[in-house]
Design a protein around this ligand. Structure first.
Ligand SMILES: [Fe+2]
Length: 305
């Protein structure tokens, strides 16, 4: 059973939308535009730019080998297409059931659930992009020939509704693709990644309408807005059609068995939700502490430096 304290922490940070002392003194820091590996990208009829950042896992856990990566794909989609999507999704009604990260109203809208379109009209607009751009890119980038879209959702951040989405992994998605819909000059803040346990490593991601941001399950990220409103379209991708059909996360099993802390932590999260099989929850929670999930350190009575 997860401690209610987890939810208290989440609630506090959602309600307190003002800037911390650190943020006031440092401002918003964006992903370093000078550090990515860039290349021109052509996928079918789509052409644009891929910027790729590599983030060493040893930044979170000393001596842990490997890296996470994130990519921004820009100029592949016309801004007018993003405008059309934005108008379409703004007219929908958004769910206010409990969010899986903080337990507060989610303000989400799902055009696709378990691989099936629930919004046929939006599906007609999105299907060509999904089949001809998103899936070919993800399958190639992650060497995952069977990768399949499981869910598509819209998240909205309006000033009277939601200002944050706390730091988290997308534990149920092998890869995540975020499509920017709102022009970045209409809000302050936005999507960020955090490669270390400390919030001073947060790097915000500037997404023009139509830009895509792609990351895998092992990159912690969140959203924080200080002003304005923001809509984003999110594609959660699983490693196979079978994983979509069963709602499972088979890509964790081998890595978790080999002791990979991210895989163990995410697999434990699935277990706690009743989705995946047996795991050593206490060991996995300690991995959560090690990878910088402060709430889990509090649960375990650990100090966190
Ligand atoms: Fe997420």
């Amino acid at each position: 059973m997860v401690s209610p304290r987890l939810y208290e922490l989440g609630t506090l940070s959602v309600l307190v939308a003002s800037r911390s002392a650190w943020e006031l003194s440092h401002g918003i820091t964006y992903l370093d535009p000078s550090s990515p590996v860039s290349r021109n990208l052509q996928i079918g009829g789509y052409q644009g730019l891929e910027e790729r950042w590599l983030l060493e896992k040893s930044l979170r856990i000393p001596n842990l080998p490997g890296s996470s990566s994130c990519m921004r794909l820009s100029k592949l989609l016309a801004p007018s297409f993003a405008q059309q999507l934005l108008a379409q999704v703004q007219s929908q009604s958004y769910a206010v059931d409990n969010d899986s990260v903080d337990g507060l109203p989610s303000f989400e809208y799902y055009p696709m659930i378990n691989g099936t379109w629930s919004d046929e009209e939006l599906g007609k607009l999105l299907q060509p992009m999904v089949q001809e751009l998103i899936l070919p890119y993800v399958r190639s980038r992650y060497s995952c020939e069977e990768c399949t879209v499981a869910e598509i959702l819209v998240r909205r951040y309006l000033s009277e509704e939601r200002r944050t989405h706390n730091l988290h992994f997308d534990g149920h998605a092998y890869a995540t693709v975020v499509l920017g819909l709102t022009p970045p000059d209409e809000y302050e803040g936005g999507l960020y990644i955090q490669p270390t346990p400390h919030s001073n490593s947060r790097r915000f991601v500037q997404l023009e309408p139509g830009d895509l941001f792609v990351h895998s399950f092992d990159l912690q990220h969140g959203v924080r807005l200080w002003s304005g409103s923001r809509y984003s379209l999110i594609f959660w991708i699983k490693s196979s059609p079978a994983a979509v059909a069963t709602g499972t996360t088979p890509w964790y099993h081998r890595s978790a068995a080999e002791g990979d802390p991210d895989a163990m932590y995410n697999l434990a999260g699935q277990f706690l939700q009743g989705i995946e099989g047996e795991v050593d929850v206490m060991e996995a929670l300690m991995c959560g502490c090690k990878i910088g999930k402060v709430s889990f350190c509090i649960m375990e009575g650990q100090s966190f430096g």
